[in-house]
Design a binder for this molecule. Structure first.
Ligand SMILES: [Zn+2]
Length: 498
């Protein structure tokens, strides 16, 4: 049997797993949108039954035989897309098989308990309520990561869970350069940004109008409304049901958060919509890593969505949707959405200081993995790092260590992806402007077609075929660097304050 014959068998298996994923996504979507309260119990049973079937599939003889063949097979005759399918299969197989089943079950139970305890801890602003659960969850997640990716430092194994091919040594160096480079820009921005009244953007308006406007913006940015839809969940979310069915939603608590969470989620979804036919055929459609996904979401949200050029075209439309903005100038609005500050809260922070929040969590995770930080001291260390990096101390645990639910949800080793995504964006934006001269003028006229084509050809169509370091080298001729992003921020703020 040739490697091509075996690959054909693998494709059948991969199709089956992706169809199961699609059904899972639909169950999730329905659970968040239309599921009536009394239907929750039966839905939980249906969901658990389905999860069991998926686990059986991954632990079947068929999966085991494919894994043992492909672990040693010579893949030279296969195309890049076919090789990617093998890589993803082996990684998923390890995730589903190297962790004993009883550990997976205990882990799922712990995640659900910790998530409930997190809500209580936030309510009481008391880290102590969550601490024992968080400690257990961290230890279990770390041990699982080490079983799946053996032979590494535990922090490296944790990061590999969401970022294939990542190297914490490289991330450490990038983050060091970024931290140092952001300091003078932050200081300069705080001293030089013009004061404007931006209260109008922090208000909530008629929610159906906000949703209509967000959908309009998503479409303007290049999200394809024929291959997805706004899902009325009212909290930020994106869901990949199929290669041509990518849904998104947003928060609508105020206009600013509504607009930028919608752009962010539409960015995730648009990335998913643009996989090539070859990627779909080889079951490797969708985004290639956590950082790249966050990067594409932030490209919509920040690089395009917070630019003055974009609002040159979009602002009169905003005034059409919301007549309350007739007395607010475009300059006031653009400075308002780009106001630089020092928020202790990641989700309330500005584009520049946002980067420091994931760095703090990433560094704390490393100290926990090294064993140099204990859970007894974690919240104190959190506050110290906020003072050191942002010059602000959270007023209590709810505003500090408890603000994100990632850790209580078992998501350790993920945060670095948000900041890495921004670094990818800075470098990609540099290349896009090099390849598409006049793209900002086109954006001013409401034409983003060349930008969409560039993103599709250089990034999105490749789906999971190539890992981030391959894509960035192809596009820019070099590995990821923090310099492009720092230049982007500096140039942008200088332009805004001129
Ligand atoms: Zn995101």
């Amino acid at each position: 049997m040739t490697v091509h014959d075996k690959h054909a068998q693998l494709l059948t298996f991969l199709h089956e797993t992706r169809h199961c994923d699609a059904v899972n996504q639909l169950i999730d979507l329905d659970t968040w949108t239309k599921l009536p309260k009394k239907g929750q119990d039966y839905r939980a049973k249906t969901s658990a039954y389905f999860q069991g079937k998926i686990a059986e599939l991954w632990q079947s003889d068929q999966a085991r035989k494919l894994a043992s063949y492909f672990e040693d097979a010579d893949l030279t005759p296969l195309s890049d897309a076919q090789k990617a399918g093998v890589r993803i299969f082996l990684e998923d197989f390890a995730k589903k098989n190297r962790v004993p089943l009883d550990m997976q079950v205990r882990y799922a139970g712990l995640v659900s308990t910790a998530s409930v305890m997190w809500k209580q801890a936030v309510k009481d602003a008391d880290y102590g309520t969550l601490k024992p659960y968080l400690k257990q969850l961290f230890e279990m997640t770390r041990d699982m990561a080490c079983l799946i990716f053996p032979g590494h430092h535990p922090h490296q194994s944790l990061v590999l869970m969401s970022e294939p091919g990542a190297d914490t040594g490289v991330i450490d160096r990038l983050f060091h350069t970024l931290r140092e480079g952001l300091k003078p820009i932050h200081k300069w921005a705080l001293e030089n940004q013009p004061e404007v009244d931006d209260t109008a953007i922090h208000k909530q308006y008629d929610v159906p109008t906000m949703i209509k406007f967000q959908t309009f913006l998503a479409s303007l940015l290049g999200y394809d409304l024929d291959a997805g839809a706004y899902a009325e969940i009212l909290h930020p979310f994106s869901s990949s049901v199929g290669p041509h069915d990518m849904r998104f939603s947003s928060s609508n608590e105020n206009l600013r958060h509504g607009i930028f969470s919608a752009m962010h989620e539409a960015g995730h979804a648009a990335y998913g919509q643009r996989s090539s036919g070859e990627a779909i055929q080889n079951v490797v459609w969708g985004g290639c890593s956590g950082s790249f996904h966050e990067g594409q979401a932030k490209f919509f949200e920040n690089i395009l969505g917070r630019s003055a050029a974009f609002w040159d075209y979009a602002y009169p439309h905003l005034q059409r949707f919301f007549p309350e903005f007739e007395s607010v100038s475009k300059r006031q609005f653009v400075l308002g959405i780009n106001r630089i500050g020092r928020s202790p809260r990641r989700l309330m922070s500005d584009e520049l200081t946002y980067n420091l929040h994931p760095i703090i969590r990433y560094e704390l995770e490393r100290e926990l993995c090294d064993g140099t930080l204990s859970f007894d001291d974690l919240h104190t260390r959190w506050n110290e790092k906020y003072e050191e990096l942002l010059g602000v101390t959270p007023k209590n645990d709810a505003e500090g260590i408890l603000q994100d639910m990632h850790w209580a949800g078992g998501l350790w080793g993920y945060f670095q992806n948000y900041t890495l995504g921004n670094l990818y964006d800075g470098q990609m934006w540099h290349c896009l402007k090099r390849d598409v001269p006049g793209c900002e003028d086109q954006m001013r006229a409401g034409d983003l077609s060349n930008i969409t084509t560039w993103l599709t050809e250089n990034i999105h169509q490749h789906a999971q075929i190539y890992l981030p370091d391959v894509i960035i080298k192809r596009v820019s001729g070099e590995g990821l660097s923090a310099g492009y992003y720092l230049d982007y921020l500096k140039t942008k703020l200088e332009g805004l304050y001129a």
